[in-house]
Write a protein that binds this ligand. Structure first.
Ligand SMILES: Cc1cc2nc3c(=O)[nH]c(=O)nc-3n(C[C@H](O)[C@H](O)[C@H](O)COP(=O)(O)OP(=O)(O)OC[C@H]3O[C@@H](n4cnc5c(N)ncnc54)[C@H](O)[C@@H]3O)c2cc1C
Length: 345
């Protein structure tokens, strides 16, 4: 019988990331679907009793905690060693974990240590014949495949946003401490600090309800024969500040910025969506001044409700892929939207 372990880590605040709560919900379902064997939760971090308590009502049969000051921050050597200790103590055959940057780095190494296998970017999970079936996308999100494995332990990294997050009442969890020994070789890499843009400049927000996609039209000549990049920048940044939306861009637009043109300086290749960019998951999407196939077809693949603003009523991709197309000047639309947001509407 399979033994399911949901492996989690704390984030820089000491709490559990949303992607971790999604893994808990997926694990609870998997444990039940695999024939009632239940599931265990393992938590890696420093001072994790409160995190275990948060999950007290999730239905886990055991809470295994790798609790040490060395685990307060992400570091491959200590994370892989702690994950190995938890997995061995749990006797896990199926390990579900959120595909956070921290686990994306450490858990392939865990598979090697345990002589198991790892699959990444898993977006669907079911049980068939007492064993899990996972789904993931191939060829830049164009083909969806389902697969099973006989090798154990099988480590399954779940894409954030693909599963509903577990919610439930906190309580008091009985945590089993997992013995850890970190020699000097494991801790010789130290984290000096984290460099990230100031909160106001951060434009990629995976947890946002809305993905705002900007296309190259924002930099093109407008009705008066002139481009208006300064207005475009002001409208977009103002909207992002007010709405807390996440910013995506078409390839044409991010390439322009990368070449040092004086347009939308805050836009980088990290913002690009599409076939050669990202395919983020948000409940809603709004594309503006964007015509491309790749942003609309591939970049929007996992967006639930999609709307577009384009001057061109015949823009085939916006018409074909948006639920609602507003044929309008995006400069005028976003100016008015920002005014409405200012009014608190
Ligand atoms: C192999 C390959 C991979 C690619 N991968 C990607 C990818 O991952 N992501 C990606 O984005 N592209 C990708 N592309 C490029 C893609 O095919 C398009 O060229 C690109 O997406 C076009 O960008 P755009 O829609 O922003 O610009 P444009 O095609 O220039 O469209 C601009 C739009 O803005 C509209 N517009 C202008 N002014 C206004 C206004 N005031 N109000 C409203 N609308 C206005 C215009 O009507 C027009 O529809 C790839 C191409 C290839 C060949």
């Amino acid at each position: 019988m399979e033994q399911v372990l949901v492996l989690l880590h704390t984030d820089e605040t000491g709490g559990l990331p949303k992607a971790g709560l999604e893994a808990v919900a997926a694990g609870a379902r998997m444990g039940a679907e695999l024939g009632g064997a239940g599931f265990a939760v393992g938590i890696i971090g420093a001072g994790v009793q409160a995190d275990a308590n948060q999950l007290a009502g999730c239905g886990a049969s055991r809470f295994l905690v790798a609790d040490a000051p060395e685990l307060a921050q992400s570091r491959y050597a200590t994370d892989a060693a702690a994950a190995e200790a938890v997995a061995r103590q749990a006797g896990a055959t199926i390990i579900l974990a959120p595909m956070t940057p921290r686990f994306a780095r450490a858990l392939p190494g865990l598979a090697h240590r345990l002589g198991g296998r790892v699959d990444t970017h898993i977006t669907g999970l079911a049980a068939a014949g007492g064993t899990p079936v996972v789904t993931r996308w191939f060829y830049r999100q164009r083909i969806e495949g389902a697969l099973q494995r006989t090798a154990r332990p099988w480590i399954i990294l779940l894409d954030p946003g693909a599963f509903p997050a577990w919610t439930g009442a906190a309580g008091t969890a009985t945590a089993e401490a997992v013995p850890l020994a970190f020699g000097p070789a494991l801790t010789r890499t130290t984290v000096a600090g984290i460099e990230s843009p100031a909160a106001g400049q951060q434009t990629i927000r995976p947890d946002a309800d809305l993905l705002f996609v900007a296309g190259a039209g924002w930099t093109k000549k407008q009705a008066d024969g002139q481009p208006h990049p300064a207005d475009a920048e002001a409208f977009i940044l103002d909207f992002l500040r007010r709405s807390r939306a996440s910013l995506g861009g078409s390839k044409s637009l991010v390439d322009l910025s990368g070449e040092g043109h004086a347009v939308l300086g805050f836009m980088t290749h990290m913002n690009q969506i599409g076939q050669t960019g990202a395919t983020p998951r948000h409940p809603k999407g709004l594309a503006t001044c964007c015509h491309g196939e790749e942003p609309h077809v591939v970049g929007w693949r996992f967006i639930t409700e999609r709307r577009a603003v384009n001057l061109d009523a015949n823009c085939g991709w916006a018409r074909g892929k948006a639920d609602v197309l507003y044929v309008a000047d995006a400069f005028a639309v976003m100016k008015r939207v920002n005014e409405l947001l200012t009014d608190g509407n």
